[in-house]
Structures are given as C-alpha cells and as structure tokens.
Ligand binder design. Structure first.
Ligand code: GLC
Length: 789
C-alpha cells in the first residue's frame, strides 16, 4: 500500500508542476448537457437520466471518440432527459428532477445535492489537477460515508480508509492486504443514512481510488489516461444506484438452471476414467451435483482447443456418459496459444497467418510463458479475433462440453518458463492493439483482456449452440463483465481467513453489478481441515456460483474426502441448496431485470440502519434469507445481528424480533439461518441434479407476517424465455389477527408448467396441498399462537 518513497521516509516524488483548470470562461448549452470551457481544458456534463450524469474533463479541450470496446451504454442510447440551468455571477446550477449539480465558477468545481439539500461528492477547491501523464480529482468524504463495491477486493466489506488501484493481475497467494486482484471495476457505492450514490470511473487505463488513506476526509481519483471521465449515479438507495449502474454497464443474463447446482472442480481430474469415477461417487453417495470441470490436463500439452488423445481419447463419449447421469461438463480455456511452429497446431498456424496475436511496439511477436511454455496472446480487442476464437470452441462443444471456463486471462504470464525462477509480467504497455481503425496500446486495453476474452467465449457459444443458454466462467474481468460471464475469486487458500474473506469479496462484487459469483469452496491452495471444509460447504450454499475446487498437489477435496461426519454435513448443505433452487432461480431473474445482487449485504435491504454498515460476516440471500456463517474453528455459537422486523430461525422456527443482536447455537451441522417474517419461500422437492428435478410439485414455506414474492420459471435451458416462454406467479401474504392469508395471483407469461400441486407449508403447521390452476386463488390459514410475529 505504501509507495516506495514512503517506505524509506522520503516524500513521494510527484511532478513539481501540476496544472489546474482555473475559472469558468464560457458555458455552452447542448441538447443533452453543457460544456464548460475553463482557463485551461474543458469539462463536459451530460445528463443521461435524472439520476445519471456523465462528467468528462479534457486538458486539451478535445474529447476522445467512443471505442468499440466501450463497456458503457453510448450517450445517444439514453432517451433525452430534462434538466434546468440557472446562472449567477459566482455559480451555475444544473438540476434534474432528482439531483442538483452546483458549479462554482472560480475556481471551477462541482458538488451535488440531493432533494433534501444534502451535499455529496463535492470536489475540493482546486481538486482537479494534472501532470504529464495523469489527471487527479480530489473530492471530500462525509464522516458518515462508507464505501463499497470496487469489484473484486480482499478484506472486509467497507473499503474506506485505503488506496486501491485498478489493474488486472494474476495474484496467486493474495491476502487481505493485497491491492490489485484478477478483476478490476472502478466503481464505488457510497452510503450514509438516507443517501447513497455511485461513482463509475469510465477509464480502462490504470487508475486509482484513494478512499481516505492519504487523508481520511478525502477521496482522490487518479487516472493515467488522456482524459478524466466519470458517471455520477444518485440513489438514494443502494438498490437504485445498482439499477442505474447496471443499466449503464449491463446485467447478468439468465444462466442455465444447471449452473445454479453444485459444481465440482479439481486441478485436475486427469483422465476420462477419473471424471466418471467422481461422477459415480456423487450418485452413489447421494450428494447432489450438476457439473464436473475439466482443468488444463484434458488438453494435449496444454494446447488450447485440443484433447489429450491418451487420457481423453473419446471426449464425446465421456460427455454423453456424464449427460446420461445428469451432469454437465465444463472445460477450461486459457488465452495463451502455444508457440508451436513445427507441430501442425491449427490454432497457432491460423492465428499467425491472420496476424491475430499481439505484437510488440517494434513489430515482433510478443510472447510470454504460461502452462504450455512459450505462448502468444490473441488480441481480443479486435472483433475478428473474437469471432475466430469463439468458433474454435467447436472442438469442445462438438464433443458435448456444456460450459467454458476462462482462466489466466488477466492475462497471466511469466517472463521465463514456469518453474524456472521467472516472474509475473505484463504485456508491454506500448504493444499496439485493436483493429486498424482504432489502433491503441496495451495500456488502454489491459484491463479489458479478460472481459473481451469472456465476450468472445460467450458470443462463440451463442453461435455454436443457438438453442442453449451459454455458461462462461471467468477469472478476470472489468466493469460490465456480468454481461458475459460468471466470476470466481481465483486462487484462494484453504484457511479460515479466506473463508471469512470470501463473503465480503462476493458481496462487493455483487455491489459492483456482478451477481453471478463464487469462491472456490474448501479453498484452492493448501489442505482444508475437516472442520474448515464443513463450514465452507455451509457458506457455499450462499454463493450464487457454488463450486468446489482445489489445486494440484493438495489432498482430495471432494465432499466425501473428510470422513463420514463431514460428508453428511456437506450432503445436507448441498441438499438445502437444491431445495432452494426455485427461490434462487427467481433471484437470478430479478438480477437480470434490475441488476440486484443475489447475495446481499444487510445494508442493501436496510440502508438506513447504520448498524448494518460494517457487517462482513452475515449476508442475505435475496431479501428473505439471512445467514450468519461460522468462520472460525471451534466456534459453536455466534452473535447474529437481526435488522428491524421479525426473523424466524430456519431450523427451529422460533421467532426473534430485530433490531438487535442475539446469540445463536451453531453446531458443526448447522449454518445459522433466518427467514424474514412474511416470506414466501418456494422450495423444490429433493433431487440429485437439476436434470432430475421433479416439476409436479413445488413447496411454499410460509412465514407469518406481510410480504410478497414473485416466482419466476421457464424451461431452464433454452433462450425461448426471450420470446415470452416464461411464467411468473406472484404470491402475497397478509397477517391478520388469527390467520395468515395467502393470495396467489394469476400466472403471467406463456410458459406452462406441467400439472402440479403447491404444497403449502405454513410455519409450525401441517402441509396443505393445492392444485396449481394458474388462476387467482386465496387461502386462509390459521396461525398458531407461538409463531405470530
Ligand atoms: C489457475 C486457476 C485455477 C486452475 C489452475 C490450473 O491457478 O486459478 O483455478 O485450477 O490455474 O488450470
């Protein structure tokens, strides 16, 4: 975190002369906003919606043209938004129906006000400055503000107080102090009671947020780019901020249902026989599982888009056998293409012939070292290269592979062969990239390497298999990665600290628009203890992406590898995950519509309760389930904070009233879990795979109180939902003196579920069976004394 100069007690070396913009010289009014010509440079303010403003500063006064790889919706795509301007000798005021921007004329600076007049995101006087290769803007932070998001970040939930740069990198061995990880998202969500806003720094170059490290009251934004470009997103709730942020950068499309099941990975199941043996174990032991992964050893000498002829001689047969048993197969694909001129390796030959690989500034091919030895890197910023890469996936899809796992796409490379004392390096920043008409350098698109690879992968799958919903998992990414792939948090470790950290990491990813996320269950590096593994499986139920994985050379980490007691705990956890699938699938749908995270910090639902602001070890799955996983060894009870309302213990049904903290038992078998009063939880009958999911009944757990829930359903695998083949059913629950009234609203959409029954399970009462007619129904259920909220 310290700059080298600081370690030795020297003053950090900053260029002595920094430029500032000075006073406002001329105001120009445009249909979508204004331009402010300063003594030096020019600001542009675009009003995109009443809650969304884009602010750009260019020292030269010229603004850069839009890039084909831009991750944000173009300004022209927003319908015109109304704004008002007022000018005084000292200020200019620009107001939308939601937010007011105050512009001081001399020196020029901005501050925002919410409808109550509260100031936020205000520039310091002369907060803008620039040197020869950077631009800095310093804003003030309110004492009550907490800061979240920032993509993939180690450590606890609130990111205020530290400095974070945005630069994707391979970070094996990361810990709570690490700065750059695999994925970079320069987006921050700021919260204080009654007010939340987001700031998205629209910059793919290296950039940095100092969130109060240099000065606790200041937020310094720095870019090493020719202009400063950011979006200000007003809430006032975190949910509204995310809604707008994901309108701008995209949302997670509905994944196939199988991708919500348990997924098993290992570096590596090294032969078809091993893969089948693992699959068999799952079924024999009755541990539900939907997917098995193939890590790098399925390839011939780590050449992408090949199969090892000895260990995987009949990939199509292997996939057919997996499918037969209700499993899907996911295969890893790394970006580095083996430098292999003599070997008739078509991926290399074609890529070279068409000049698809990145070259150095001097025109020579750039190479680094990854698993296959010397490799070349496709330039995914060219649409042609993405199409070519996407179509090579046919080698996998033709064999029946169901999903693609993109790894090492930061990109990760060494300057010498692996195991030869080399170090991690970057592609040189001056390496030319991009299609001829928008040539740039690696410095501008480095952060996009993983995102553009994932895009190539997803678009390729859509082409190869138009009838199927694609599944892509990626390690690296940038803002907007949610449109293309699910994300996992890379090479974590089998330690309690990593178990604990996984929750805030995933929560902050969700708050950065990336809702389909998971961490390797059990920890990737090192060996989990039986107790750690049991606790991790319980935590894993909450991960939107529930995948177990472990590194080469570690002991086995399949759910049965830690003895019968832990196996039973893992089974129970995974079974619970499968029962929750209808609920989870509806949350994924909600996320695809609104950008809401699936796994949420407590403050997301209770933004005016400051008690929730620093809670890193509890989370909500949707708005109904509150979990408080155990993240320390030997712990058999823990404190749980319950926000306002009534909460029912999942295991005992006992009611608790929040706000307040309680002590709850947490035996090794039990994940502390609570259901919000008034919840309607749709549960599936138990099953071993989503391929075997029974559709003739759906359980509805009903918890006393008032609430509603919309169940979303479709065929779970095709794109037919995009043309109306989906069904939603809205349930409303109302608590009256001695009865609970459930209203089922008429089913919407054109997907028709098979004939089935609702099995109503009011808390503490015997179940009631009701045919699902698709029509409106109302049911009155008596509530027993003890269960009333
Ligand atoms: C990287 C990945 C890991 C994978 C390994 C081998 O370390 O993060 O998940 O197993 O490479 O492919």
């Amino acid at each position: 975190m310290l700059e080298p100069g600081e370690i030795f007690g020297q003053f950090p070396a900053r260029p002595p002369q920094r430029q500032t913009c000075g006073s406002l010289q001329e105001l120009q009014i445009h249909p979508r906003g204004i331009q402010l010509l300063c003594r030096q440079g020019c600001w542009s303010v675009q009003v995109l919606t009443p809650r969304l403003l884009r602010l750009r500063f260019s020292p030269s006064g010229e603004f850069l043209p839009r890039r084909s790889w831009d991750v944000a919706l173009a300004d022209e795509e927003w319908p015109p938004a109304f704004f008002e301007l007022q000018e005084s000798p000292t200020q200019v005021h620009l107001a939308t129906s939601q937010v007011q921007l105050q512009i001081d004329r001399d020196p020029l600076r901005f501050s925002f006000r919410d409808p109550q007049g509260q100031v936020f995101c205000a520039d310091l006087p002369a907060g803008l400055s620039w040197g020869s290769d950077d631009i800095r803007l310093v804003k003030s932070l309110h004492p009550a503000e907490r800061i979240y998001g920032l993509g993939e970040r180690a450590g606890l939930l609130n990111k205020r107080g530290r400095r974070y740069s945005h630069w994707t990198r391979d970070c094996w061995g990361y810990d709570a102090q690490s700065d750059n990880l695999y994925l970079a998202i320069p987006f921050a969500l700021v919260l204080r009671p009654g007010l939340s806003y987001g700031l998205f720094l629209h910059c793919t170059h290296w950039s940095q947020f100092d969130l109060g490290q240099a000065d606790p009251k200041q937020w310094a934004i720095e870019v090493r780019a020719p202009e400063l470009d950011y979006y200000l997103i007003y809430g006032p709730t975190p949910a509204l901020v995310l809604q707008t942020y994901t309108q701008l950068t995209g949302r997670t499309p509905l994944p196939p249902l199988w991708a919500l099941g348990y997924q098993q990975c290992r570096w590596s199941y090294a032969s078809a026989a091993q893969v089948l043996a693992v699959a068999k174990q799952f079924r024999q032991r009755q541990i539900p599982c939907d997917a098995i992964y193939l890590d790098i050893d399925y390839m011939r000498g780590y050449r992408v888009f090949t199969w090892d002829p000895r260990r995987f001689p009949e990939p199509a047969q292997l996939m057919a056998q997996l499918h037969e048993a209700g499993f899907r197969g996911v295969a890893i694909v790394d970006p580095g293409v083996k430098f292999d001129p003599e070997a008739d390796y078509a991926v290399f030959d074609e890529g070279l012939a068409q000049d698809f690989f990145i070259r150095r500034a001097d025109g020579h091919l750039f190479h680094g070292y990854v698993w296959p030895g010397k490799v070349l890197f496709p330039d995914f910023s060219c649409p042609e290269v993405r199409r070519w890469w996407g179509s090579w996936q046919r080698v996998l899809t033709q064999a029946g592979v169901d999903g693609i796992w993109n790894d090492m796409n930061e990109p990760a490379l060494n300057d010498r062969p692996f195991g030869d004392g080399g170090q991690i390096v970057d592609i040189p920043p001056d390496a030319p990239q991009g299609p001829p008409e928008e040539r740039t350098t690696h410095a501008e698109v480095h952060n996009l390497y993983g995102l553009l690879m994932a895009r190539a992968s997803r678009e390729g799958l859509e082409q190869l298999n138009p009838a199927r919903r694609p599944f892509v998992l990626t390690r690296s990414g940038f803002a907007g990665i949610q449109r293309w792939a699910a994300v996992w948090t890379g090479d974590n470790q089998s330690s309690w600290e990593h178990l604990e950290m996984s929750l805030p990491m995933l929560l902050n990813l969700g708050l950065s628009g990336v809702s389909f996320v998971g961490a390797d269950i059990g920890g990737f590096g090192g060996n989990a203890t039986p107790e750690l593994f049991a606790r991790w499986m319980q935590m894993g139920i909450l991960y939107p992406l529930m995948r177990g994985h472990s590194a080469l050379g570690t002991r086995p980490h399949e759910p049965w590898s830690f003895g019968p007691e832990v196996e039973a705990i893992a089974r129970q956890a995974i079974q619970l995950r499968y029962r929750l699938l209808p609920y989870l699938y509806s949350l994924f749908w909600e996320s695809s519509q609104t950008g809401s995270p699936i796994l949420r910090p407590l403050f997301y639902e209770f933004p005016d309760d400051p008690q929730t602001y620093e809670i890193s070890d509890q989370a909500l799955l949707g708005s109904a389930l509150l979990a408080a996983p155990v993240v320390r060894p030997g712990v058999r009870c823990r404190a749980v904070y319950l926000p306002a309302g009534t909460w029912f213990d999942w295991w005992t049904g006992q009611a608790q009233r929040g706000p307040g903290s309680i002590l709850v038992p947490a035996s090794l078998e039990q994940l502390p879990l609570f259901v919000r009063g008034g919840s309607i939880l749709p549960l599936a009958p138990p099953c071993q795979s989503t391929a075997h999911l029974r559709r003739d009944q759906l359980h509805l757990r009903l918890y006393p109180g008032d609430g509603s829930f919309t169940l979303y359903e479709d065929d779970g695998q095709t794109l037919a939902y995009q043309s109306g083949h989906w069904a939603t059913t809205t349930f409303c629950l109302r608590q009256e003196a001695h009865q609970l009234i459930l209203e089922i609203q008429p089913r919407q959409g054109s997907w028709i579920p098979p004939q089935r029954n609702w099995i109503l399970e009011p808390l503490g009462q015997s179940p009631l069976i009701l045919a699902d007619s698709g029509q409106a129904q109302q049911i009155r259920l008596p509530t027993p004394e003890g269960s009333r909220p």
